[in-house]
Design a protein around this ligand. Structure first.
Ligand code: SAH
Length: 446
């Protein structure tokens, strides 16, 4: 029997989805954050559940060859970069294995899974930072909690926005804006969200406030713009709910435009505060090019781009298609997509607002069918109704872009049991230093 608070000497035999080490103590599965497969370690059991437990890493007695000193001084406390203690090559290898293993467990066989495509410089890649604030501090939530820990520098963040976000927060404190308190529900400022178009240098800063009031905002903005003239958009977003969701539904433009522009490949994209935009623009181009290659369009195809965000994939592939339909649930993103098509002079695309699982069955009923379907769903994957409609319409190719191997593997099972064959899987490292993995899969109708 494994006991809580007791120390154990263990062998780390595997790694979990969140980058934790896994050991078996007399067959009992125990997760150990910060430990690496192949290591020997001393741990203290801190939680003992019925089927599995959690151990705290006390000492690595035999380190893995790939172990490295993390660059970040809050590595042990922040929930973000859970792989920073591994060399980048080892991170890439781990992610390729994660994709292979997850798909194999779901399907019972392993399709062709290529090695993941990594980044040249796997730091400072993020174009968007979302910092919670609390009690005079700005930073990150500690792992599995809502305590805000300060960090001097975030090594995966674009350096410019990291600096601007912190300066903006200092200004709010200088001008007596209170921080929101989750327990009491009182206080003004909840989060600072900042985005940069890395290829245009345009910056948007969004202050998320608990209600309409935002004390001394004019002074704050004028000092901010004075120091950072590339801030072209300042937004106040209002969220008065007692919730973990960062954004509320209402946005007020306090300064400049209500969007920023970024460039990807040959195209320009307008991005509004509530629209999704990939956070690693360098790897996004890699990802989209893989997806476009997989689709192998000839100019004759009707294409569906499902979960289309601001229309990036639709616009990337439009010149090689007869017609593209994008479907997206967030209405401001659909508005962005329409304007993006216009701005890039692309005329053979149409964007529809609504849930893919509702809109696509309706399109199919009315006789609109796709030859090629791109799906790029959020972490929970595709709704079964949507997958069934894709199967019914017998689309020749499905290009599945996924940020979660578990739901990808589940959906691949449905598609392969219903007439599709996996040709190839290409993981792409969109999130270096973290345990997140992105993959592109080409499926063809048998
Ligand atoms: N393909 C885009 C967006 C991918 S992110 C890009 O590469 O940038 C996933 C998108 O799916 C988000 O924009 C989200 O708002 C949208 N979404 C979430 N649930 C949806 C649903 N049920 N139907 C359609 N879109 C959905």
């Amino acid at each position: 029997m494994v006991e809580k608070n007791k120390d154990y000497e263990v062998d780390i035999v595997d790694m979990g989805f969140e980058g934790e080490g896994i050991t078996k103590i007399d067959g009992y599965t125990t997760f150990v954050k910060g430990a690496i497969k192949g290591e020997k370690a001393k741990i203290k059991m801190v939680k003992v559940n019925k089927d599995y437990g959690f151990g705290k890493l006390l000492e690595v007695t035999a380190p893995a060859d790939c172990r490295e000193e993390p660059v970040c001084e809050i590595f042990n406390r922040c929930g973000g970069c859970s792989l920073q203690h591994m060399s980048y090559d080892a991170q890439l290898d781990l992610k390729t294995q994660m994709v292979k293993n997850t798909i194999r467990k779901s399907l019972g066989y392993e399709p062709i899974v290529n090695n993941i495509i990594g980044m040249g410089i796997p730091y400072n890649y993020r174009n968007k930072a979302q910092y919670p604030v609390s009690n005079g501090k700005i930073g990150f939530y500690a792992d599995r909690s809502h305590d805000v820990i300060e960090n001097k520098e975030c090594y995966i963040q674009n350096k410019v926005i990291d600096e601007i976000a912190k300066y903006a927060f200092e200004l709010t404190q200088k001008h007596h804006v209170s921080c929101y308190n989750e327990q009491s529900g009182k206080g003004t400022l909840r989060h600072i969200v900042i985005r940069i178009g890395v290829n245009t240098d345009q910056v948007m800063i969004t202050f998320i406030t608990n209600g309409e009031e935002f004390k001394n905002k004019d002074s704050i903005i004028s000092e901010l713009i004075n120091k950072y003239p590339n801030v072209v958009s300042v937004i106040q977003n209002i969220n008065s709910e007692n919730t973990n969701v960062i954004f509320g539904s209402k946005c007020v433009t306090l300064y400049g435009k209500d969007y920023i522009i970024d460039r990807l490949g040959d195209y320009k994209f307008k991005i509004s505060p509530l629209s999704f935009y990939q956070v690693n623009p360098v790897q996004t181009e890699v990802l989209y090019n893989v997806a476009k290659d997989y689709a192998g369009l000839t100019g004759e195809e009707v294409v569906f781009d499902l979960y289309s965000g601001i229309g990036t994939i639709s616009i990337f592939v439009a010149e090689n298609a007869k017609k593209v339909y994008g479907v997206e649930v967030v209405e401001p993103a659909v508005e962005d997509a329409k304007e993006n098509a216009e701005m890039n002079e692309i005329r053979n695309v149409e964007f529809l607002a609504g849930e893919a699982e509702t809109v696509v069955p309706k399109m199919y009923e009315k006789g609109t069918k796709a030859d090629v379907v791109f799906v790029d769903p959020p972490r929970k994957g595709c709704d079964e109704k949507l997958l069934n409609t894709i199967i019914d319409m017998k689309a020749k190719k499905v290009v599945y872009i996924s940020c979660n191997p578990a739901t990808l593997a589940r959906d691949l099972k449905t598609l392969t049991e219903n007439g599709y064959e996996i040709k190839e899987v290409q993981p792409v490292d969109m999130f270096p230093q973290t345990s997140h993995v992105e993959s592109v899969v080409l499926l063809e109708k048998r």
